[in-house]
Design a binder for this molecule. Structure first.
Ligand SMILES: [Fe+2]
Ligand SMILES: [Fe+2]
Length: 185
């Protein structure tokens, strides 16, 4: 017996339109990309935590690591909704952003300067995620995948919040101290 697919949230029996089929494929590709990215981040964020000095920054990264672990599980849930096996596909953009973060950490002096670099790198990551989840949520809505859209929206909110917290950490302490250090040199 052929399994019924849920790619488009179509009513049983009705055929998806060509546009829905193509958008469904794009949705799956984008989901595989972010799934790979989230899993990579569960390994990259602990390295950032190890390299950070500011307690505020460490706390922000620790909170977001827990959230990122949830994002992996939520992406798996979305795969389940569309009836596909959870399978990541190397996200070259995220691979590059993580590599850049590692370079910043290696090349910068420990303390405020490295913290400022970690924040900059982490915010680039958040912005990539915000763009991806915004797109995925909109595709899900278009495809009538309401439950998936709600899950993706939840993650999107976490990413936006993480980005805001990083901005607060940066403006409240690190950037100020980094500037002072430069002036006093
Ligand atoms: Fe995430
Ligand atoms: Fe994130």
């Amino acid at each position: 017996m052929k399994a019924k697919t849920h790619t488009t949230g179509q009513e049983e029996g009705s055929q998806p339109t060509e546009m829905e089929t193509k958008l469904g494929k794009l949705f799956e590709e984008e989901l595989r990309d972010i799934y790979w990215a989230e899993k990579a981040l569960t390994k990259a964020i602990p390295k950032m935590i190890k390299n950070a000095s500011s307690t505020d920054l460490i706390a922000a990264l620790e909170t977001h690591l827990t959230e990122t672990e949830d994002h992996v599980k939520r992406a798996e849930k979305v795969f389940e909704i569309i009836g596909k096996t959870a399978r990541g596909k190397t996200c070259e953009a995220m691979e590059g952003l993580i590599k850049e973060a590692e370079e910043i950490m290696e090349e910068s002096e420990e303390g405020v300067m490295r913290d400022a670099g970690i924040i900059a790198a982490a915010q680039k990551v958040e912005h990539y995620e915000i763009a991806s989840y915004g797109t995925l949520r909109t595709y899900a809505q278009t495809l009538g995948l309401d439950e998936a859209a709600a899950i993706l929206e939840k993650t999107l909110k976490d990413e936006k919040k993480a980005d805001e917290i990083l901005t607060t950490v940066a403006t409240s302490a690190i950037n100020l101290e980094a500037a002072e250090e430069e002036v006093s040199e």
